[in-house]
Design a protein around this ligand. Structure first.
Ligand code: PMP
Length: 414
């Protein structure tokens, strides 16, 4: 007979395996984004919640021809196991992609992963023991916070302003951890078009942040899925381009090509690469061969840079629609960031409004967002929300913001 967990308040038994889970499973809880998913995907709800890329511009016909050709012509390779390192030709191409942000990595130091999410998991797995500290921007990417929690690492948030992570705040956080005798393993940062704040780390701050981390012997994990999605085509030098020895760079084809293929990568300092690869091997044996071949073929045969330009244009139009609607409809006292790229606007609402408590009322009014609390490990964020402009059309964005403004005005008794 299985040992049953305590009954919940309806008298039903909870998960009968409750007592069996490892301690680390306690840190695995559904993120606020996931909890919202089913409600937010109802057609009558305008979802400003999810971060799904807009794929409508992809050349599906020519892609399906390429994919069919891969299976018929190279199926015995495409459908076979591969190496945990990833396909050599794809790793070469990844180096070319990273070159656009001044990163000059060696293909041997690239490890192909199942999305950059898996790379995040691998990095945390090889570096963090329970109780170790990970520094992360406050707010930060919910999927990374989930990974850090799963490995029982403690997140200490570091403040940001309109120019990204604040160097003095980083110094203070490191000093406080040192005073408390805490072991800081790495700084996790999203320098470009940050998720969820939408801000970008100013270039002069980049060298400063690297110097601070090097001086404190703290590794930098640079997560850069949005770097090529600057609305004016602008790019910034990656942190990895300024310090090859102390930065693990994470990249992804999810936002620049196709998220469903789940192809991302880590570019690690040479000394780290072997451990990353062993961790990846024990998790998945190898990344999916066919998917890697599809990405590789796409990069070789399609105008991928032109495709990225068209994504930039689409997202710029949507960002503009969101900013115009916020300006026109949102009540006084609300402020928001103005992203120069990426998917997200970060809104701060007046005192007295709790964005988490307000969410069910917003959903009743047929609009969804993510409350800011999902992006902090320490309970902050109840006066913030993340609005995504990547997926809905400009018209739907305008309508969604209008609905949300009405809910906010109600909350504020306007
Ligand atoms: N990092 C950040 C900052 C993200 O926003 C995302 C996806 N939303 C990921 C990593 C994971 O991306 P993927 O696994 O699809 O590469």
């Amino acid at each position: 007979m299985t040992s049953l967990g305590p009954p919940d308040d309806t008298g039903r038994s909870l998960d009968p395996h409750l007592r069996r889970y490892a301690a680390r499973a306690a840190g695995m809880t559904a993120s606020e984004v996931r909890a919202l998913f089913s409600v937010a995907s109802r057609p009558e709800v305008v979802s400003l919640a999810g971060g799904m890329p807009n794929l409508t511009a992809l050349p599906l016909d020519s892609l399906s021809t390429e994919i069919a050709g891969l299976v018929s012509g190279e199926g015995l390779v495409a459908l076979q196991y591969g190496s945990a390192h990833g396909l050599p030709e794809l790793r070469d191409q990844i180096c070319e992609v990273m070159g656009l942000e001044e990163v000059h990595g060696h293909p041997d130091d690239v490890v192909v992963t199942v999305g950059s999410q898996m790379a995040l998991d691998m990095v945390t797995r090889i570096f963090c023991d329970p109780g170790d500290v990970v520094l992360a921007e406050g707010p930060s990417y919910v999927g990374a916070l989930g990974t850090f929690a799963a490995y029982q690492a403690d997140v200490v948030h570091v403040g940001m302003d309109a120019d990204g992570l604040v160097p003095d705040a980083l110094r203070e956080a490191l000093a406080a951890c040192e005073r408390a005798g805490r072991r800081v393993k790495f700084l996790y940062t999203i320098p470009n078009f940050q998720n969820p704040a939408g801000v970008t780390l100013a270039v002069p701050r980049r060298a400063e942040i690297l110097e601070i981390c090097a001086a404190h012997r703290v590794l930098v994990v640079e997560d850069n899925p949005y770097g090529l999605l600057g609305f004016d085509g602008q790019t910034y030098p990656a942190l990895r381009s300024m310090d090859a020895d102390n930065v693990v760079y994470l990249g992804s084809f999810s936002k620049t090509f196709a998220a469903g293929l789940r192809v991302g990568w880590a570019l690690a300092p040479h000394a780290v690469r072997e451990k990353l690869m062993l961790a990846a091997e024990s998790a998945t044996l190898c990344p999916p061969t066919l998917n890697q071949m599809i990405v590789s073929r796409y990069l070789a045969t399609h105008d991928w840079k032109g495709q990225i330009k068209s994504f930039q244009q689409t997202y710029r139009e949507r960002r503009d629609a969101m900013l115009a609607a916020l300006e026109q409809h949102f009540p006084p006292g609300c402020t928001w960031t103005v992203p120069a790229g990426g998917f997200f606007v970060w809104v701060t609402v007046p005192e007295g409004v709790d964005t988490k408590a307000m969410l069910p009322r917003a959903v009743t009014a047929r609009v969804a967002y993510v409350s800011g609390t999902g992006f902090y490990a320490d309970g902050l964020g109840s006066r913030q929300m993340r609005l995504s402009f990547c997926y809905p059309t400009p018209e739907r964005i305008t309508e969604g913001v209008r609905r949300l403004a009405a809910v906010l005005s109600d909350e504020l008794d306007l």
